[in-house]
Design a protein around this ligand. Structure first.
Ligand SMILES: [Zn+2]
Length: 730
């Protein structure tokens, strides 16, 4: 939000100033998808291509009517590609082996619109006619075959093309690195996520410091000299669901990392992990590679072994800030901040676990439809949570707390069953809250319906059954139903297609015998079939008793054995069920209250703005929604702008004590509180105090300090807390 002050930006938007999202930066919200899912979306939802027709060109041959029902599939791509990275240029030759289920005379491809096609030919080296869509920016391309090809007969179409491709989002060709995902359409594609054979030879003008990876499941590039030039050659050992390539410049070799060898995970499963990092950060590979190895190992144990025995972690996205990732078969590209800030407390802890989970879903089990996105993004987040639960329970709890609050923030809630359509239809915050947060909570809720061991068994069976193929939510539901021997239609309809959220309440009943507690669990806003195991902690004068109740229908009475006097009950202490909580309710209320804060500040209605923030504080006196730090910070700024230094100092002092639900937000508010406190000290002529505040701010030394923000009082200026603090420390 350049030019807009932080004040009045709702909590969630504000939080995204901090580089805490698994996939992104503030600047390019749409480009934050880590896998090739957006491409899939574009393929399936794009409208029918409009082809230019020139008199000299014939219409498709008589066999073309069959094109309406025919399906052409690509079986293999063999590509030679040479880059001139300095000018973003590529020159390529791609041979595509195809097969159609019906006789066909023309094939539809997609290719980046800025790539100029030099020639299209067939196996007999006959030149083929082709027609590109006249719609601006369209990737559509129709190739007419020299003669109709019979059904089920494989044939090859070869393309020679070159140019500077039109790249947006996450793709780039620069002197510092290259990433071409499937959605860049850098090769003539029939179906961007199909499983095909794939081999690619990559040539770079200046080969010395380039390290190249391709989605072939290979760990390294193999340089070979051919005709006086160096080629990096890759060949997939099996069928791959992606044809992506990445390259990075580094004077450091990729891996080997520990004792001169690539990192291997401990027996019984062996994964070889290499890292290709920029020279200044190469040493970070020593921490990152073992972690990636452990993640591969953990997922293998839970889900089944991945087809890839190796993984290359490549540093990419040069010049882009925040945690950004792209997963492809056998490699993962991450932004500089992911490497640089690895190990910084609370910095995107779920990022790598989420990305590594993509090696299984959706790279090995692809999605049948864009609406099945729950099985990619939500599942990756669920698997990330599972890993954190084992390795850093506090981070896992914080991840759930954020999801329980923010997953219900947006009014109206969107169905999770929109899947990847959310990326196109909603902004990043809504997509993140729906698919990454609420969707993850639905997987956790499934544990309370069929039990965790059955969820695990279902995931294993699902992976086993569909690895190397595409699958849908209906396929996953079927597996869950087989394993649990229950009809789960209500669960999938309610949580994925609908947007209603359960309200669960616990009531104590009188008339209990000594040593007993009587109560009932009331579940509202659910279908009649709803059932789940609800946990509770019963606090008594003698200690805490854990109890759980399987609910049936709206009201489920229960009794529990207790010793001593019952002093209180905590319902669902681990937030296992996606439901309305007091924190989520209050968060929404505060968000509504603060919605026009930015306007009030812009109109310099500081006193009114302060009243609004007071109402927001009063809406949640216990700070259950954990928004007080943000609200106090806004109050501090308002008092500062009013010239009320003493009050501003008080508010900023509270900001330093309070925390938000994630570490980057906490750091951001604290760092900027130090900036304002230093400015107030300077206002009072106290340079020594100002310097002390600035130094205390710089001591926070967290990624949030580098987040650039433009404040409302100086809208034209984008600045980071680190910059301000360094200036004030002088
Ligand atoms: Zn993802």
């Amino acid at each position: 939000m350049p030019g807009r002050g932080i004040s009045g930006v709702p909590e969630k938007a504000l939080r995204s100033f901090a580089p805490s999202h698994p996939h992104g930066t503030q600047d390019d919200k749409r480009a934050l998808v880590c896998v090739k899912l957006v491409a899939l979306f574009a393929v399936l939802l794009s409208t029918v291509g409009v082809y230019g027709r020139t008199p000299a060109q014939e219409q498709p041959k008589p066999s073309a009517p069959a094109a309406r029902t025919q399906k052409v599939t690509a079986e293999r791509y063999e590509i030679d590609i040479a880059f001139e990275p300095d000018r973003g240029f590529l020159r390529a030759k791609a041979a595509v082996t195809l097969r159609a289920n019906a006789p066909t005379g023309a094939v539809e491809f997609e290719l980046n619109p800025r790539l100029e096609i030099k020639e299209v030919s067939d196996e007999k080296e006959r030149k083929l006619e082709f027609e590109r869509s006249r719609r601006i920016g369209s990737t559509r391309l129709l190739v007419r075959l020299a003669e109709a090809v019979a059904a089920e007969q494989s044939f090859v179409v070869t393309f020679a093309y070159e140019g500077v491709p039109l790249l947006g989002g996450l793709d780039y060709i620069t002197k510092d690195g290259i990433l071409l995902r499937d959605e860049a359409r850098w090769y003539p594609a029939v179906d961007l996520s199909a499983f095909t054979g794939f081999s690619v030879n990559v040539n770079l003008a200046e080969p010395k410091w380039w390290w190249v990876v391709a989605s072939t499941g290979q760990a390294t590039s193999f340089n070979r000299t051919f005709a006086n030039s160096v080629w990096h050659s890759f060949q997939a050992s099996g069928l791959v669901s992606s044809r992506s390539i990445a390259a990075t410049r580094s004077e450091q070799p990729c891996g080997p990392l520990v004792d001169g060898r690539p990192v291997k995970t401990s027996p019984p499963l062996q994964y070889e992990v290499r890292t290709c990092l920029s020279s200044p950060l190469a040493a970070k590979g020593g921490e990152l590679a073992p972690l990636v190895g452990r993640l591969l190992q953990a997922n293998s144990i839970l889900l089944g072994t991945s087809r890839w025995g190796s993984l290359v972690l490549v540093q990419g996205f040069p010049g882009q800030r925040g945690a950004i990732g792209y997963s492809a078969p056998g490699f993962l590209v991450v932004s500089e901040d992911v490497v640089k800030w690895h190990g910084s407390p609370g910095y995107a802890p779920e990022f790598l676990p989420h990305e590594i989970a993509h090696q299984w879903f959706p790279i090995e089990v692809t999605l049948t439809r864009v609406e099945d996105g729950w099985l990619a993004e939500s599942l990756a987040s669920y698997l990330a949570w599972r890993y954190l639960q084992e390795t850093s329970p506090a981070e896992a709890r914080a991840m759930v707390a954020r999801a329980m609050r923010d997953g219900l923030e947006h009014e109206p809630l969107r169905p999770i069953g929109l899947g990847l359509r959310l990326f196109a239809e909603e902004d990043w915050d809504v997509t993140y809250a729906t698919l990454y947060q609420r969707g993850m909570l639905v997987f956790r809720t499934l544990e309370t319906v069929i039990g965790r061991s059955r969820v695990d068994a279902a995931l294993r069976e699902y992976y086993k059954r569909y690895a190397g193929r595409s699958a849908s939510i209906a396929d996953f539901r079927k597996v869950c139903e087989e394993i649990s021997e229950r009809d789960l239609g209500w669960f999938f309809d309610y949580y994925l297609e609908g947007t209603r959220i359960p309200e669960i309440e616990l009531r104590r009943l009188s008339g209990a015998a000594p040593g007993e507690m009587l109560g009932e669990i009331i579940v509202r806003n659910v279908p009649p079939e709803f059932h789940a195991r609800v946990e509770m902690q019963i606090h008594t004068t003698e200690g805490v008793v854990d109890h759980s109740v399987a609910t049936r229908g709206e009201v489920t009475p229960f009794s529990a054995s207790v010793r001593g006097q019952v002093t209180g009950i905590t319902l669902d202490p681990d937030a296992r069920i996606l439901r309305w909580t007091e924190a989520a309710r209050r968060n929404r209320q505060q968000r509504d209250l603060l919605a026009n804060l930015g306007d009030l500040e812009a109109e310099k209605e500081f006193t009114k703005a302060l009243e609004t923030t007071q109402q927001a504080l009063d809406a949640d006196p216990e700070n259950l929604a954990a928004n007080h730090q943000q609200i106090r910070f806004q109050r501090g700024r308002l008092y500062y702008r009013l010239g009320q230094s003493a009050r501003a100092m008080q508010e900023f002092a509270r900001v330093l004590e309070l925390t938000s639900l994630d570490q980057p937000a906490t750091d951001l508010y604290r760092a900027w509180a130090r900036v304002y406190r230093a400015r107030i000290a300077l206002r009072g002529g106290n340079r020594v105090a100002a310097r002390a505040e600035a130094k205390a701010g710089l001591a926070i030394n967290a990624p949030a300090l580098d987040t650039e923000i433009s404040w409302m009082e100086t809208p034209a200026k984008k600045t980071s807390a680190a910059e301000e603090l360094r200036a004030l420390a002088k």
